[in-house]
Design a protein around this ligand. Structure first.
Ligand code: ADP
Ligand code: ADP
Ligand code: ZN
Length: 216
């Protein structure tokens, strides 16, 4: 099974993908995580992407298409992938269709997490993650069970993303509306678009996604 999660920054794509990956044996591929790894490694791609990401704008399509093309052909994505943050433009979606058609791979679901954009600034301002294992948390909506200790690995160091400042979040939300929202009619026309209420509590969203994927 191959699935795409679509939604604005803060919709819960990463949170839900971490959970679905375990339950359904799908490989979670986050292009945001991949780009941040390139930035941390100081690679040519990372050097090109850093300033763009800091401004909250989208990195050029050709970089993303090459990156995801190399990644989804790896053996660990063969059983199925769960794309988080890609595609983000119609150009990326068309390139993905071509890659998949060339390999006779089908896209089973494109799931839109439907949220109110106005609530996303609060979600993103409270976001943090474990430095050791990457588990995601929120100051109000998903605290660690024990203060200062990661539920998943016991780590005690946490990180916040530099692009999660309110001004940058607003640019990212605008980029979503202008460049990514056109994907919805694109996938609707192909008959693969499903919608899930992303404003519900985290566990309820996971349950709804589970029902949808089980019915597949
Ligand atoms: P995305 O990957 O779509 O940008 P995240 O999964 O990182 O979004 O979620 C953004 C923040 O909101 C995180 O801190 C996460 O813990 C929190 N969050 C995710 N889903 C919900 C939800 N349904 N209700 C409340 N908070 C949520
Ligand atoms: P979020 O969790 O807010 O949805 P991501 O972690 O997916 O954010 O992405 C962080 C940043 O990485 C984006 O603001 C953008 O600059 C860049 N990026 C990630 N995926 C893509 C993509 N498919 N196309 C262009 N830029 C991307
Ligand atoms: Zn951890």
């Amino acid at each position: 099974m191959n699935v795409i999660l679509v939604g604005p920054p803060g919709a819960g794509k990463g949170t839900q993908a971490q959970r679905l990956q375990e339950t359904y044996g799908l490989k979670h591929l986050s292009t945001g995580d991949m780009l941040r790894a390139e930035v941390a490694a100081g690679s040519a791609v990372g050097r090109q992407a850093k300033a763009i990401m800091d401004r909250g704008e989208l990195v050029p399509d050709e970089i993303l298409i090459k990156m995801i093309g190399e990644r989804i052909t790896q053996p660990d994505a063969a059983k199925g992938f769960l794309l988080d943050g890609f595609p983000r433009t119609v150009g990326q979606a068309e390139a993905l269709d071509q890659m998949l058609a060339g390999r006779k791979v089908t896209l089973d679901h494109v799931i839109q997490l439907v949220v109110n954009n106005d609530a996303m600034v609060e979600r993103i301002s409270g976001r943090f993650s474990c430095k050791t294992c990457g588990a995601g948390y929120h100051d109000t909506f998903k605290k660690t069970k024990k203060p200062g200790v990661c539920d998943a690995c016991g780590g005690t160091e946490f990180v916040r993303r530099p692009d999660d400042k309110p001004e940058t979040v607003r640019t990212r939300l605008e980029a979503y509306d202008r460049q990514t929202a056109p994907l919805l009619p694109y996938y609707q026309a192909k008959g693969v678009l499903r919608a899930v209420d992303g404003m519900a509590a985290i566990d309820d969203v996971t349950k709804k996604l589970g029902l949808l994927l089980k019915a597949a």
